[in-house]
Design a protein around this ligand. Structure first.
Ligand SMILES: Cc1cc2nc3c(=O)[nH]c(=O)nc-3n(C[C@H](O)[C@H](O)[C@H](O)COP(=O)(O)OP(=O)(O)OC[C@H]3O[C@@H](n4cnc5c(N)ncnc54)[C@H](O)[C@@H]3O)c2cc1C
Length: 436
């Protein structure tokens, strides 16, 4: 080890310069800085599905390319490495290194952090809009929301202002003995491109045009601007949740506060809620029992039923169209995600973790906490005490599924040839033991 100091920022789902605590702190005392992205976090499988499918991979690669350019302009190198441990070891032999990284939630994410913690390090938990606090995992979202909103009103809690800083040019050009891996070129078409600039553009565009329309359109199954699509950027951190909140307030002050503008904040609170639940409950959301302490449901892993669902062959048009949309675009609306998860668990009686792994591979905006949190919630193993099951055919009618079905299945909507309501009742009796 040499005495020359090198601060290393390890990026994961914080692919931005703005409001980036790890980067800000690494730069603060004017040591040399090197940025790394560990490609290994995109590899591997889970229950037969890829940990990161090509839609999200492409989004991440676009965001990395942009970030790398912005940092390189300031003479700060950004390398994509295959194996973080061996790269850090090699750097450790030449420099006195200190790692800076943002903490995440999720079992694999925490396992990865252990590799960084073998060295001198500083970490920050900054994933949420509100500052992280110890949450009672047995309490519902309503309880959380009331608590947060009360605390915000009485200044017992605050949403921090995003960090404002400018990067100075790095004087020294580093002589590094590690390889910068080339990023795969992927051919997928994305509904939005990755990158910090694109994230800011989308947030400004949406809020300037639709801030007061959101509430009335958010639940429709189709239509690009019916919801914000901010999740695409929040999930890989091209923009921070605090910056989105600040922008929301800015656009409200330029116009007015409405039920609709409030509801964007309300939904962002769901995101915070699931992040804090996962942070507090460690690996529970990946278990069949979820957050439940004493009850266990005997979910099925019937291969044929699983395959029919994943192949869009359930015979319920709205469900099959949702699966096709997800697999061909990497996107599906919140309403459809709810319908898919409800049908998967409450009609087919399948183990929610297979559904979550399927979503993980395909969703452009996959986020560990939001995905597993929502799946567990739909599977009745979150902390929602109510038994909820959606009627997909009725939902398709209410939320204008007809055109959507035509788009993705290339046919007119038809009524299912079997009694799906009876199926749901059977699952309720057999698996959920007639839960209320
Ligand atoms: C089964 C299932 C799986 C899901 N998986 C994910 C996932 O992997 N990643 C993800 O970001 N969201 C997930 N969601 C939540 C939600 O569907 C998406 O956040 C939302 O559809 C993204 O679109 P939007 O940005 O246009 O959302 P908007 O409706 O415009 O909402 C604004 C923001 O609020 C947050 N938000 C909204 N609804 C939720 C919610 N139910 N839970 C958590 N945050 C929410 C998101 O950050 C979103 O960008 C899932 C929901 C379900 C039912």
């Amino acid at each position: 080890m040499n005495n020359e100091k090198l601060n290393i920022v390890v990026f994961r789902n914080n692919l931005r310069i703005d409001d980036n605590y790890a980067l800000f702190n690494a730069l603060e005392n004017k040591e040399n800085v090197l940025c790394l992205y560990p490609l290994e976090i995109l590899e591997g499988t889970n229950l037969g599905f890829k940990r990161c499918g090509n839609f999200r991979k492409k989004l991440i690669f676009q965001a990395i390319t942009q970030l790398k350019e912005s940092l390189n302009e300031k003479n700060i190198p950004f390398y994509c490495v295959k194996d973080i441990s061996s790269s850090l070891k090699a750097l450790f032999s030449d420099y006195s290194i200190k790692i800076f990284y943002e903490k995440e939630v999720g079992t694999q994410e925490l396992q990865f952090e252990q590799k960084l913690e073998n060295f001198h390090y500083e970490s920050f938990y900054k994933q949420t809009m509100i500052e992280a606090f110890d949450i009672d995992v047995s309490k519902s979202f309503s309880n959380f929301r009331n608590k947060v909103e009360k605390a915000l009103k009485t200044n017992k809690m605050q949403i921090q202002n995003p960090l404002e800083f400018e990067i100075q040019e790095q004087k020294e050009t580093l002589n590094l003995k590690i390889d910068d891996e080339k990023l795969e070129v992927l051919s997928e078409n994305l509904i939005l491109n990755g990158g910090e600039k694109e994230a800011f553009k989308r947030v400004d565009e949406y809020l300037s045009k639709y801030i007061h329309k959101y509430f009335d359109t958010r639940s429709l199954v189709d239509g690009f601007d019916n919801s914000t699509k901010f999740s695409i950027y929040l999930s890989i951190g091209c923009i921070s949740a605090r910056r989105v909140y600040q922008k929301l307030k800015e656009y409200e002050s330029k116009s007015y506060e409405s039920k609709s503008s409030y509801w964007i904040f309300f939904e962002l609170l769901w995101r915070d809620y699931f992040h804090l639940i996962m942070k507090q409950s460690s690996n529970k959301l990946f278990l069949k029992t979820g957050l439940m302490e004493n009850e266990s449901y005997d979910f099925s892993t019937n291969k044929q039923k699983l395959q029919e669902f994943f192949d869009a062959k359930t015979g319920i048009d709205i469900i099959d169209a949702g699966v096709v949309e997800l697999k061909t675009t990497g996107w599906v609306s919140n309403r459809l995600r709810q319908l898919l998860a409800s049908y998967f668990v409450k009609n087919l009686g399948l183990d929610f973790r297979y559904g979550a792994a399927f979503f993980q591979e395909y969703l452009l905006d996959f986020s560990c906490a939001s995905n597993y949190g929502n799946w567990a919630y739909q599977a009745g193993v979150g902390n929602d005490k109510k038994y909820r099951v959606f009627d997909p055919v009725k939902q398709s009618k209410v939320y204008k599924g007809k055109v959507y079905i035509k788009n993705f299945l290339n046919k007119e909507e038809t009524l299912p040839s079997f009694d799906y309501a009876k199926m749901a009742l059977k699952v309720k009796e057999e698996i959920f033991k007639n839960k209320d």
